[in-house]
Design a protein around this ligand. Structure first.
Ligand code: NAG
Ligand code: NAG
Ligand code: NAG
Ligand code: NAG
Ligand code: NAG
Ligand code: NAG
Ligand code: NAG
Ligand code: NAG
Ligand code: NAG
Ligand code: NAG
Length: 792
């Protein structure tokens, strides 16, 4: 600006001043507080340096135009509209950059946004409000100790401000306000903030009408319930002014619900008001609150919330009476299951339900059934084959509350009926649709049950319905009945449908039979639920711990499988998956171990070994016995024997001479021996008719003796057969008797039985074969002869 004088000062003045003045440098004033937005001037004393200076504010260089050099020792900086909350200002020598001095500037603001109210404390009351509260805003350094003073002045007398309240925070309440305050007048309030460093008054003045800042006490609310409406009474305080009030109410539930507000304006003479509220639900808790305000004044607080339970409104009772008619029993009596919606338990009252069935035409008073079958929402009654009305009457403390009735058609009555019911499931719901009957109907009732006791039912105007609130995986029986006039048509039942078809039932591996290279796995499926999925196929997963997991699938008809190509002596795990279209069930895992060898092979080997050993031993034993017999058996001397008569029959059976031959130890080997030698002459006798070992024995060991000397008289083979009935002496006699031999000494003896027809039938084939051979004969042998035979 003035470059030449500046230069002059820089070079000349310091030399002049040196001797005359202090050579100090400084910045004044120090630590300044200014009101925010105001202007200030700072002086830098530059006696100690020559030349130019410059300023920095918070280390930023300030435009030189703001700085004014008055003379060689004074430079003035002018700051306008200063808004920094806190700033550091420094003066530097331009030549040396040396700081010549510094200062801080802090700002403060005026209190603002003052608002005051006259109000009442918690006690509801009339009269002069006991409390006067002012609030204001003030931004200050919290470290400062600050005192606020509230100054009150009536507008007519604004010069006489009176301090009414002191505070250290930005709110101040005066208790027991001066009775000198005239309500209805205008007044001003000023807030003064004071610290050790500065003092400031709020501006502009806050002016108000005292009535406009008067906050009433909350009104008093009473709510009375009636069966069809609510009566709300609201009484205000401060009844000398016009005011308006609000009543708000809503359902007392946790979730958010709609809230209603009623507005009401009261003239100065009105103490309160009443409102009637009709649109409320029955037996529901509602909460109410009210508030009032003088004109232009702030609202009072809400009154204490009042909760009331509404009464049961007759018009809200929807019994939805319905019935399910069972198939008629033999005597034509039908069970009718009446069902209705119970009056909610939230409703206070003693409700009784009465069911009456009336024949439809005659309108005869029926019997009222209030027995134990009648519950709060169901009742089972019997009706005959005729049409009936089922009447439901509900009493509230013995006063008639509501009535409803439903029609039960007669058996075979010509009535509309729906056809072609289709059902499907969707996300746990059942969709039902049907074909309307030809006759016009007003709607349809759809009832559904999963257990025959608990029914749900709903009405539809269309030929479809969506059934909700179903239990999961339950089979539902659904009946659709058309409705018309005050009657119903015949119900049509849909095919049972599951609310959801689940996984197949539990799969259990019941057996694993493993051999060396294969294993048979058997399993079962048990489904507890009626709505288990139908198995489509089974997959058997198996594998060793290390090896890959293999799988085999079989269709649903099989419940076992042979796993092949297993490694011997290895542990395997196996489980079975049952797959249905709706899901898969997995059995628990089962472990088994394959055998080292095929156990069947082992068994076969062991059995063969045993048989071989047994055969070898048997042959050896026989040979030994034969050898022994051959060596040791004494040969009777025929010379010592004499001829004698044959002993009696019974005796004959136990004849001693035969005894050696019935000795089992001998006969075993004798059989081996005689079969070879003697079977041919009389095979049919031995095997054809009788398996009795005793007879066989007799036969076989008699044969060698009798064959050489047959009895020519005994020609009837049937007679011979009887010899194989050794059970009684009478039968035994037949051995020796013959109807064709009248000369027989035993003829007079009769058989105990008459077995001829039976035996002849049994042995029809015997005679044929017999005739081919030498005719069998009965012989009497003597010991001599036997000895002869034995000797052979
Ligand atoms: C410079 O100006 C200030 C203020 O005007 C004055 O007090 C001071 O004496 C002056 N100094 C000189 C050397 O004139
Ligand atoms: C604030 O007021 C208290 C007394 O009310 C006084 O002791 C204190 O010095 C005052 N502080 C200031 C900064 O005026
Ligand atoms: C009172 O204040 C209101 C504004 O709040 C103003 O309109 C009115 O004229 C004032 N009345 C008097 C008497 O000053
Ligand atoms: C009641 O008054 C409030 C404001 O005072 C208003 O918002 C509301 O719409 C009013 N309600 C009715 C029903 O008039
Ligand atoms: C049947 O109803 C009549 C009134 O309709 C009543 O007087 C009578 O006691 C009832 N009978 C039974 C058994 O509840
Ligand atoms: C009917 O409801 C009442 C309460 O309203 C209850 O005490 C009673 O046990 C219920 N009776 C039946 C059969 O459910
Ligand atoms: C469902 O209907 C079928 C066929 O009419 C019947 O056998 C079954 O008992 C009914 N089940 C239930 C729970 O009513
Ligand atoms: C019944 O079908 C009509 C159209 O035919 C459809 O608009 C309606 O949503 C269906 N109602 C139900 C309950 O499925
Ligand atoms: C088993 O049935 C399911 C479902 O139908 C099918 O996806 C799968 O391929 C079948 N598995 C075999 C091995 O047939
Ligand atoms: C069954 O085994 C075959 C190979 O044999 C494999 O491709 C298939 O993925 C297996 N199936 C399952 C369900 O693991």
């Amino acid at each position: 600006m003035y470059p030449f004088p500046g230069l002059f000062i820089l070079f000349v003045i310091p030399s002049i001043c040196k001797g005359q003045h202090e050579t100090t440098c400084n910045v004044v004033p120090k630590d300044q507080y200014i009101e925010v937005g105001s202007d200030t001037e700072i002086v830098c004393q530059t006696s100690c340096v020559h030349g130019k200076i410059f300023w920095t504010l918070n280390n930023r260089r300030i435009d030189e135009s703001l700085s004014n050099t008055i003379n060689s020792s004074h430079t003035v900086l002018t700051l306008r509209n200063f808004t920094h909350h806190s700033a550091t200002l420094q003066c530097h020598s331009a030549a040396t950059k040396q700081v010549l001095g510094g200062t801080t500037i802090k700002t403060y603001s005026k209190p603002s946004n003052i608002s005051c109210i006259f109000h009442y404390d918690n006690l509801k009351m009339n009269g002069i409000p006991p409390l006067f509260t002012c609030n204001w805003d003030h931004q200050i350094d919290s470290s400062l100790d600050i005192n606020y003073t509230v100054l009150y002045a009536s507008v007519g007398d604004s010069q006489t401000q009176s301090e009414i309240c002191n505070s250290k925070v930005t709110t101040c309440t005066v208790k027991n306000t001066s009775p000198a305050i005239l309500f209805g007048d205008n007044a001003t309030v000023t807030v003064r903030a004071k610290t050790a460093a500065w003092e400031v008054n709020s501006k502009p003045e806050y002016e108000f009408n005292t009535n406009h800042i008067l906050k009433m006490s909350p009104p008093v609310l009473t709510v009375t319930t009636f069966s069809d409406h609510l009566w709300v009474q609201c009484n205000r305080f401060l009844s000398s002014e016009n005011c308006h009030c609000q009543v708000k109410y809503s359902k007392a539930v946790k979730e958010s619900t709609p809230e209603w507000v009623l507005n009401k304006t009261l003239e100065s003479y009105q103490k309160g008001f009443n409102v009637t509220i009709e649109k409320v639900e029955s037996c529901t808790n509602y909460k109410f609150a009210a508030r009032c305000a003088l004109v232009q004044a702030p609202w009072s607080e809400w009154s204490h919330e009042k909760t009331v339970l509404t009464k049961l409104n007759k018009r809200h009772v929807k019994l939805r009476l319905w019935r399910q008619v069972a198939e008629p029993e033999k005597n034509g009596v039908r069970k009718v299951h009446a069902m209705w919606t119970e009056i909610p338990s939230a409703c206070q009252g003693t409700f009784t339900y009465t069911i009456k069935q009336t024949p439809y035409k005659e309108h005869v008073t029926g019997v009222n059934y209030t027995d134990s079958l009648c519950g709060n929402s169901t009742c089972d009654v019997d009706v005959n084959q005729d049409a009936h009305r089922i009447n439901l009457t509900v009493f509230d403390n013995e006063a008639l509350l509501v009535e409803d009735s439903v029609y039960v058609p007669a058996i075979g009555e010509s009535l509309p009926q729906v056809t072609d019911i289709q059902t499907s499931t969707l996300k746990g719901r059942i969709l039902v649709s049907w074909k309307a009957p030809v006759q016009p109907v007003s709607g349809y009732m759809i009832d559904y049950t999963h257990n025959g006791n608990q029914y749900q039912w709903k009405e539809s105007k269309y030929t479809n319905a969506t059934l909700v609130d179903l239990l999961d995986m339950k089979p539902y029986n659904i009946t659709v009945t058309p409705l018309f006039d005050d009657k119903t048509g015949h119900g049509t039942q849909a095919l049972q449908i599951c609310s959801r078809v689940g996984d197949p039932g539990n799969v259990t591996i019941i057996d694993v039979q493993a051999i060396d290279q294969s294993a048979r796995v058997t399993w079962t499926v048990k489904s507890q639920e009626a709505c288990s999925g139908v198995v489509v196929n089974y997959t058997v997963f198996y594998g060793t711990q290390k090896g890959p997991q293999l799988n085999v699938s079989v269709d649903s008809t099989k419940q076992d499988i042979l796993l092949k190509d297993l490694n011997p002596d290895t542990q395997y795990s196996v489980y079975v998956n049952a797959t249905a279209l709706t899901g898969t069930t997995k059995s628990s895992e089962r472990f088994f171990e394959t055998k080292t060898f095929d156990p069947r092979l082992m068994t076969a080997l062991i059995v063969c070994g045993c048989i071989t050993i047994f055969l070898v031993l048997s042959v050896g034993l026989c040979c030994a016995i034969q050898w022994k017999k051959f060596k040791e058996k004494p040969v009777p001397n025929p010379g010592l024997s004499t001829l004698a008569l044959w002993p009696s029959t019974s005796h004959q059976k136990r004849t001693q001479p035969f005894q050696p031959f019935s000795n089992p130890s001998e006969s075993l080997c004798d059989m081996v021996y005689t079969e070879e030698a003697q079977r041919t002459p009389t095979p049919p006798l031995a095997t054809g008719c009788n398996g009795n070992p005793a007879s066989e024995q007799t036969e076989e060991y008699i044969d060698p003796a009798i064959v050489p000397a047959p009895d020519s008289q005994n020609e009837d083979p049937a007679e011979l057969v009887e010899t194989h009935h050794p059970s009684s002496p009478g039968e035994s006699t037949a051995l020796l008797s013959s109807t064709n031999t009248p000369l027989s000494p035993y003829r007079s003896q009769s058989s105990v039985e008459s077995p001829a027809p039976r035996t002849s039938k049994q042995c029809k084939r015997v005679p044929v074969k017999q005739q081919e051979k030498t005719p069998p004969v009965t012989v009497y042998v003597t010991l001599d002869m036997f000895e002869q035979g034995q000797g052979r």
